[in-house]
Design a protein around this ligand. Structure first.
Ligand SMILES: [Zn+2]
Ligand SMILES: [Zn+2]
Length: 258
């Protein structure tokens, strides 16, 4: 299984970082994980036609994580090749079905036809969730502390390689529970200081998660332009686990012999 960072930033315009977006690739299947604005183009730069994605998974419904959903569905419908038929499966937290229906009410046949439609499988916001994704990838979820139906996501490939993505979250014990012993923890590190609304993590919050979960590697993402990421890296590294700054295009996979 390969986990590619498509967007390591936020909605704040940044020449180096796009809004949140990731790609899980396994056994020829391509599963999009989140996808803020510009995700379709960043997929194309990797040689991947977004219209041919096998499935989507969304950590939550904020626009920096799903802003390209409508362009994606519109592109799937219009071609220029033969329009897509059948369904485009999406896994997301409870409430995503209604969210998609609201989008369909606005955009109608531009994103849904009698031959093509996105279909949502909702995952619980009250406890553990699980799904079998294309490519033999297992998805495990736990609720995050954030708005808009937010989940933590753990992907485990058929090769056993496991990547946990925090989604957006305030401090809570579920992230460390889900990430326990995984190969890579890809975690938001959005604020320099503790978030007074408990909706995002600061470096000290991430340090506590890493100490508890003991992943083999940590990647910081959702980096705001104003965050001193050098300082964040130094702080999180106190846990004794290798930590690095995520960037658009970063590829995570098991290296030979690892
Ligand atoms: Zn959010
Ligand atoms: Zn966000």
């Amino acid at each position: 299984m390969r986990f590619t960072v498509l967007g390591s930033g936020t909605l704040v315009p940044d020449p180096q970082r796009g809004p949140a977006g990731f790609l899980v690739s396994s056994q020829g299947a391509q599963v999009l994980v989140d996808g803020g604005s510009g995700t379709m183009q960043r997929l194309a730069r990797l040689g991947i036609d977004g219209r041919k994605l096998d499935a989507g998974v969304y950590s939550h419904r904020h626009v920096d994580h799903c802003g390209d959903l409508v362009p994606l569905l519109f592109a799937m419908r219009v071609g220029p090749d033969e329009p897509r038929r059948g369904s485009y499966p999406i896994w997301a937290g409870s409430g995503f079905t209604g969210f998609l229906e609201d989008l369909e009410a606005v955009y109608g046949a531009w994103i849904r036809t009698d031959k093509f439609r996105a279909s949502v499988v909702e995952l619980p916001l009250t406890g553990p969730g699980q799904a079998a994704l294309p490519g033999g990838v297992r998805l495990d979820t736990l609720p995050a502390r954030h708005a808009a139906g937010a989940l933590h996501l753990r992907f485990t490939g058929p090769d056993g390689y496991s990547v946990t993505f925090s989604g957006d979250t305030g401090p809570n014990e579920n992230l460390a529970l889900l990430a326990a012993g995984c190969d890579v923890l890809v975690t938001e590190c959005a604020t320099a200081e503790p978030d007074p609304w408990y909706s995002h993590l600061c470096p000290n919050d991430v340090l506590e998660v890493v100490k508890a979960a003991r992943p083999r590697r940590v990647v910081l993402t959702h980096l705001y332009p104003g965050l001193d990421s050098e300082d964040a890296l130094r702080h999180v590294a106190e846990a004794g686990v290798p930590v690095e700054r995520g960037y658009d295009g970063l590829v995570l996979e098991r290296l030979f012999g690892a």
